[in-house]
Structures are given as C-alpha cells and as structure tokens.
Design a binder for this molecule. Structure first.
Ligand code: CA
Length: 448
C-alpha cells in the first residue's frame, strides 16, 4: 500500500515536472500560455520524497539578484514540493554568512547558502576562517551576469565604460594627479567575485589595480550614501545596487559584468559537506527545487511577479521598478545613460547561449582560483595550478546536480556530461582555455 502511494506520488510529480518543463523550455513563449501548467499552479506542494533524511535546511542569502532562485524556491513552493523546508535567513554581510556557516545550523548558524567564489573553497581550506577548515560543496550556479560596476557622478567626465582604453585613456593618472589621492573603487567583500571583476576590468585597460587605484571594502548598506558623500568613485556589486545607484542619480553604470564576460559564472549555491554527506537525498531535493525555481525565474512572463516578491519588506525591501528593470536587464549604460534592451545581457537563471546556467562546471569554478593565483589572494593555500585543481575537484560536485536534473525531467540534451564548458573569451580578447590554465595566466599582462 505504502509502495503504491509512493509510486502514485512519484508519478504525479513526474507528470507535473514534465508539464513545467514543457512550459519552460518550449521555444515560442506563446506555446506556454495554453498549457495552464506554468506559474503558481505547478508550485503546489506535492507529496513527494517523504523519505528524505531530513525535512529542512537552513540557508543564508544576501538581498541581491543572485539570491532570487532561493527566494522564489521558497515563495513559490518549489522546495516544499520536493519535501524540503528551506529556512532562508538574510545575512548582514558576507563575513556574517561565512561565520554562520562555520557555526552550522546545529550551532545556531546556517548549513550553507549563496556564495561569491572562492568563498566556499577558502572556507573549506580554512583560508578565510582563521585556519578552521569547514569542508563545503559547491552544488549549483545561482545566476549569471546581473552584476556591474557603478561610477559616481563626480567622475562623469571620465566617461568610464567597459573598455576604458577607448573611453577614458589616461583618466586614472589625471584623476590621481588632480585630486592628490588615488581613485577609490569599492566592493562589499574582498578576494571574491566583486573584487575580481573590478580588477579584471581595470587590468584589461592597462590600469594596475594594486598601484593606480585604492581598493576598499564598504558594507553594502553604506554604498548609496558613500557614493553620494564621495567615499568612493566606483563600486562593484550585484544588482539591484548598480541599477539603484543609476536610478537614484547618484552615479552611472560604467560596465556590466555581462559586457566583461558574456554568460560568466557569478554566485553559487554551496552547502557544508557534512550536511550533504549525511543527507544526500535531501541535497538532491534541494537541487530539484532550485532547478525548477531557476526555470521559472528565467521566463519573461514571470519577471514582474518575481520583482514583486523580491521587492517586499520581507525579502529585499527595494523599490519595485528598480527590481523590475534589473531583473529584465533594462539598464542605462554609461555616463550618457544609453538604454540596454537586450535581455541576454541581463541576469540569467537557466537558459543561455552557453547551455544551462545552473550546472556547476568545474572549468568555471576553477577560474576563480586562477584569479586568486593571479592576484596572490591566498598565499600558502592557492599558489599553483595543481593546488587550484585539487581544491576545485574536492569542492565542486556535478553528480548531484545531474541526478536532480534527471529526476526533475530536464531533457538529456540540457544535462552536461562533462566538467568543462570549453573555451571562454573576455571582452578584451583574452581566452581562458580550461585545458591550459597556465596559458591563460601567462596571457594576462598585469598581475601581482
Ligand atoms: Ca555578485
């Protein structure tokens, strides 16, 4: 009897998922309207996976677009229908998230959540936790693109753009000479995505980030005020902040990360290894809910509803129009505010020209460790490509994602079988070939 019930439950989940997928992956958006299976109706809790080792997980998030799949997964019931109660807690900042995952949920902290890279790798190695090693597993990419570098109105005449060589030759030398101090560029957490983007952007233009500018850490809540007050001239972060700086007319969007590297890896879902080892079925259930939330978020017709959910006090507490625009990738670029209208340049959650976003390609998670070598971020931990590879192989797991994708009915063609997405090309023509990381490092002119 119990067996039969389980079978029926499984069958209904499968049918439901298949209907959802048909809606998500069908090419013309119009084909989804008649099915009646997309939207909130599919998110009704189903009695599946009642045999999980654990019923809940505690995850942390930072209120930027990268966390949207986690919030949507909770709000639209995608995790619940796979039997998992995801307790999502807003983190005061990235340092607090790190400290909370070291505690673990048993110690009043979190089991995992949203991370910039290489935070999970460096927490695993004890490099950013005072030597305390807390092994973690990177399970999925949460989002691609959707980040940017905002510049203050005080440097509007610098006309900063993605390609500084063309738009702003000699700007930083002139600024430093005129002001008697260095240009200040900020991020909310050091030695991770946001610092890496700003370093890549500057170095590509021949501007040495360790010499020509002052890099500083600013807490996220102080960024709007800081840019207004002149605490910094540039700020690298996830939307909605760059968009908000532009919409509040405090500054302008100098570059989007999508311009720097199309379909680049951004933030990831990572969970403590001990939690995953003890609860492998629940880890797969978590990924199933995440995959469905990412598919839902990627559909143009769901963006307004997503913006409404995220803008609420409970989640981001950010004005609705700012989230609507940033979720759709409707940016105003550069000092002149040129409209960007290509949705492919906005935040991506599922589909892309390079395949599914969510899959945790080792070739992409490795890149953050290569940049760590380039800038000597973690001496003694990541000095060589061999060390980077060893850490990456230990921390990034692709097998659970594949299992979850199969169980949720993702078509085989959308489930990568390997660990490499192939060669990657940056806006300045630099190529990262995962088969030859040394060639990539050698091709970079400015490094530490
Ligand atoms: Ca980010």
């Amino acid at each position: 009897m119990a067996k039969r019930r389980r079978f029926l439950a499984l069958l209904s989940t499968t049918l439901c998922s298949t209907a959802l997928l048909a809606g998500c992956l069908g090419n013309p958006p119009s084909s989804t309207s008649g099915s009646g299976s997309s939207g909130s109706s599919t998110a009704a809790p189903a009695a599946s996976n009642t045999n999980l080792e654990v019923k809940s997980i505690s995850l942390g998030f930072i209120p930027i677009l990268e966390a949207a799949p986690l919030v949507i997964g909770v709000e639209k019931g995608f995790f619940a229908r796979h039997g998992l109660d995801v307790k999502l807690t807003k983190q005061a900042n990235w340092g607090a998230a790190r400290d909370n995952v070291v505690l673990g949920s048993a110690g009043g902290g979190i089991d995992g959540g949203q991370w910039q890279l290489p935070m999970p790798q460096m927490i695993s190695e004890g490099a950013i936790t005072n030597g305390k090693k807390v092994p973690m597993v990177v399970l999925a990419m949460l989002m691609s693109q959707g980040n940017g570098i905002a510049a203050a109105n005080s440097v509007k005449d610098g006309n900063l753009s993605v390609d500084l060589k063309t738009s702003s030759p000699g700007f930083f030398d002139r600024f430093n000479q005129k002001q008697g101090r260095k240009f200040r560029a900020a991020y909310t957490f050091p030695k991770a995505n946001q610092e890496i983007w700003i370093r890549y952007w500057l170095a590509a233009a021949g501007v040495n980030p360790d010499k020509a500018v002052e890099l500083l850490k600013v807490p996220a809540p102080e960024t709007l005020q800081g840019m207004k007050n002149g605490t910094m001239e540039a700020f690298s972060t996830g939307d909605p902040w760059p968009s908000r700086i532009a919409s509040d007319k405090i500054g302008y969007l100098a570059a989007t990360t999508a311009q720097i590297w199309k379909v680049h890896p951004e933030e990831y879902l990572a969970v403590r290894s001990d939690w995953v080892d003890q609860h492998p079925k629940a880890a797969v259930a978590l990924l199933k809910g995440l995959i469905e939330a990412q598919m839902w978020l990627d559909k143009p017709e769901n963006k307004d509803e997503a913006a409404k959910i995220l803008s609420s006090r409970k989640w981001y507490n950010v004005p609705l129009p700012v989230l609507q625009e940033s979720l759709k990738g409707q940016y105003k670029l550069g000092a002149s505010g040129t409209p960007e209208t290509d949705p492919k340049m906005g935040p991506l959650y599922w589909n892309s020209d390079r395949g599914v976003i969510s899959y945790p390609y080792k070739s992409l998670t490795l890149w953050f460790l290569l940049e760590s070598i380039r800038w000597k971020f973690f001496p003694g931990t990541v000095d060589t490509i061999e060390q980077a590879r060893a850490i990456n192989d230990k921390v990034t797991r692709e097998d659970l994602w594949r299992q979850a994708a199969q169980e949720v009915g993702v078509p085989a063609k959308d489930i990568p079988s390997g660990s490499s997405r192939g060669k990657e090309t940056f806006f300045d023509g630099i190529v990262y070939d995962p088969e030859n990381p040394q060639a990539y490092l050698d091709s970079l002119k400015i490094k530490k």
